[in-house]
Design a protein around this ligand. Structure first.
Ligand code: SF4
Length: 189
């Protein structure tokens, strides 16, 4: 792993501890040199089954091409992959799925606030679209909250199951649960 010196290991430890204290279920680190960006995942975005494509600054095409996403990620040494498991009444519990999606976004925002005091330069990726404003300014005007704009992790073309495996954290949890993912991109000290 890149630049895993003592200082980097200490920072990774602090970030993992902060993540768990914030409320995430698990956190694991991946070297950004090993990240892969899958055009077939971006193609799923373009089919717009999630209805977020081309609707906000957090999703493609606003986030740029896969090559631009790759270049952005490679400005950093590491990705801290984060997940949180939510319990559902059953596998058709759409209401809990939607509420959990919003709860996860708030968790990412809380994590952002918690790391600001000791981390200077980083980027956060969160789950799916944005949804912060009733109506997004995309594409007519800049984002209203650029310091809290978290690009969609799915929109970067990642296969989340492969990221989870590389980070050593769970992709699936038990039946009647849903697990959302986000990430922190950061540099070694
Ligand atoms: S914060 Fe508001 S303006 Fe910015 S991407 Fe989200 S919904 Fe759009």
């Amino acid at each position: 792993m890149k630049k895993q010196n003592t200082e980097a290991a200490a920072l990774i430890g602090r970030l993992k501890e902060t993540a768990l204290k914030t409320g995430f279920s698990e956190a694991g680190v991946i070297d950004t040199a090993g990240l892969r960006f899958y055009p077939e995942i971006r193609a799923i975005c373009e089919k717009n089954t999630c209805r977020s494509y081309n609707t906000c600054w957090a999703c493609p095409p606003a986030t740029g091409t896969l090559e631009e996403c790759r270049q952005r990620c490679e400005q950093y040494d590491f990705m801290l992959l984060l997940n949180c498991r939510y319990d559902m009444k059953n596998s058709f519990d759409i209401q809990t799925m939607l509420e959990s999606m919003t709860r996860f976004k708030k968790l990412m925002e809380q994590f952002d606030q918690n790391i600001r005091e000791f981390l200077d330069s980083y980027q956060i990726l969160s789950n799916e679209g944005c949804g912060r404003c009733k109506s997004c300014t995309w594409p007519d005007a800049p984002c209203r909250f650029p310091d809290r704009l978290y690009h969609s992790i799915e929109g970067y073309g990642f296969q989340i199951s492969k990221l989870a495996k590389a980070a050593g954290i769970r992709y699936h949890n038990s039946q009647n649960t849903i697990t959302y993912f986000g990430a922190l991109l950061f540099c070694a000290p």
